[in-house]
Design a protein around this ligand. Sequence first.
Ligand code: TRP
Length: 337
Amino acid sequence: MDTLETSPVVLTGDRPTGPLHLGHYAGSLEQRLQLQNKYRQYVLIADVQAMTDYFNQPEFLARQVREIMLDYLSVGLDPAKTTFVLQSQIPEISELFVYFLNLITLARLQRNPTVKDEMKQKKIGADIPAGFLTYPVHQAADITVFGAALVPVGEDQLPMIEQTREIVRTFNRTYGDTLVEPRALLSRVPRLPGIEGRSKMSKSLGNTIPLHSDPGFVERQVMRMYTDPLKIHASDPGHVEGNVVFSYLDAFDPDQEGLAGLKERYISGKTGDVAVKKRLIAVLNDFLFPLRAKRKEWERHIPSVLEILRDGTVKAGQQARDTMGRVRGALKMEQFL
Ligand code: TRP
């Protein structure tokens, strides 16, 4: 039986580009709360990766790092169990990234489905920045420099893990067994839709419910939620699939039995949108209440918040230097000089 200190490393990361929201909670944070009890968990704030989009707005990123730490602490990620790491303070990641670049072709990078999707979304054509095309390789370095064996991800990040595995296999084949080949741990929760029913949640679309939302905002967002366009009156038959209110109730309602009953009444025309939205507002505010309290508390102690991040980064830096010692050995670098 592994003790916590010898258990496998599990690593997740977020770009600090905006407040974490209910979608992040259902898709990832909830799982991290469990994982921190079983594994050595690293949570990486990927500020260098965020620069692929925000390289011309450095002040913005600095502010977001603090905000995302408040989000983590308010949901209950525990600094005694989870190591928080600021990517930009681990130069070993960038060093490993450079060695990795020799092990992958441009054509393979251009085939990465996640990168292709993002290029389409951002309307990047032939003028693709090199940093954007290669960020999956940088991400492979994030994962391997800390020796992560498990990487919990949503569906959209699976190609990243596949690419990491390929790079690690090539590295180990070329230089001898040195790096841990990670496995993806696919999150079981399907992605929550934005409140208007679009699959993509984003701050600029205004279709999320951030974890720091006040009760008034939660209520306004729920009242705007897309439901069943064919159900005009409460007495009309209704649909729960594709109905955003029910997607959120599925994810957050602690009384799933009661919810099953509500669905039946909604489908058969015995209740309407107002009733289900009222239930969701209450469910979400109950859920967010303790998070708000914790956040307020941490907001009064910002220096401690930053110290937690600094301490985690120092500890992670040690791990990164260990790995790079082995990598440099495998690359025979001690014989260069
Ligand atoms: N690419 C991830 C995202 O956009 C963030 C990330 C950076 C990450 N480094 C990572 C995720 C390492 C997992 C492991 O959400």
